[in-house]
Design a protein around this ligand. Structure first.
Ligand SMILES: [Zn+2]
Length: 296
């Protein structure tokens, strides 16, 4: 069904209802089903298309001022993940996250795979096709748009340079590739150390063998963590600070709420996130402290 088949006033009511139900950009499977039946939609996919406009609220594009939304269907939970594009003024454009990248990273942070992703009429750029193909579940990933198209990632990206090319399975959110990871002696709190290890152990770093994780400590004491997701093509790798910022922004928290960032990385390794984390953090939260911790 094309999105145009839904009356605009109905779409507005759905978005208002969804916004009230969403928790940090997540609409539970139960709420998604309730929205589908309350508003007489035929399926969750139609709901996802209606919510593309709502997902733009998660976009932060201060450079382009071009707001993009994307909505993912998480598997196996059935939760919906709303996300948007994120740009970081004053630093390298390569740190930019597109809506699809945001949603895929948010799913990975939550230990979910993506089964379906709804995108606007601007279809995924080559960078996003490459990033999405890094995830093992992308073999079956379907992309839908408001024009009524449904494509698998394989159709959209027919000759991929994907992890299988190197005999790798791709990123699996539910797995812990680094279960033995430990911290070298470091003066960080027990809570930050635990969050850093939990993130680092699930980092996707099969190519460099250099996992990276970041824990952000917010002004109210909350901790937000992210793990790096390497690309088989190296670009577009999402670094651990970018991954943590996805969850920060999903929570509606501004960069100014970051008191400190703790990075776990391989100092002097083939991939060392120290310099890039310092650079990006320095631009978005210049007053935040950065602690760098080595893995044991
Ligand atoms: Zn893109």
């Amino acid at each position: 069904m094309r999105l145009a088949a839904i009356a605009e006033e109905t779409a507005v009511a759905i978005r208002r209802d969804a916004a009230a139900s969403a928790r940090e950009g997540i609409i539970s499977a139960l709420d998604a089903q309730r929205l589908v039946s309350t508003y007489g939609l035929s399926c969750v996919r139609d709901l996802m298309l209606v919510l593309l406009e709502e997902a733009k609220r998660y976009a932060h594009p201060p450079i382009s001022d071009f707001f993009v939304g994307a909505v993912g269907l998480a598997s196996p939970s059935g939760d919906l993940i709303l996300g948007g594009n994120v740009e970081f003024p004053g630093t390298h454009l390569a740190y930019t996250l597109h809506g699809e990248g945001y949603v895929a990273t948010r799913a990975f942070n939550r230990g979910s795979e993506l089964a379906v992703i709804a995108i606007g009429e601007a279809h995924p750029c080559a960078h996003c096709r490459q990033y999405l193909s890094e995830f093992a579940a992308s073999d079956a990933l379907e992309l839908i748009d408001p024009l009524g198209h449904t494509l698998t990632l394989a159709q959209l990206y027919p000759w991929p340079f994907d992890p299988a090319y190197l005999g790798e399975p791709g990123a699996l959110a539910a797995q812990l590739p680094w279960p033995e990871l430990e911290l070298a002696a470091a003066e960080v709190s027990r809570d930050i150390a635990a969050a850093l290890l939990a993130a680092g152990r699930r980092a996707h770093a099969p190519y460099s063998k250099c996992p990276g994780a970041v824990v952000l400590e917010l002004s109210d004491g909350r901790l937000v963590a992210g793990a790096g997701v390497e690309s088989v093509a190296f670009n577009p790798t999402v670094g651990p600070l970018q991954a943590a910022l996805v969850d920060l922004l999903a929570a509606g928290r501004p960069y100014g709420d970051i008191l400190s960032a703790t990075l776990g990385t391989v100092r002097g390794g083939a991939v060392d996130y120290s310099a890039s984390t310092r650079e990006l953090l320095g631009q978005i939260a210049p007053d935040a402290r950065l602690a760098i911790v080595e893995w044991a």
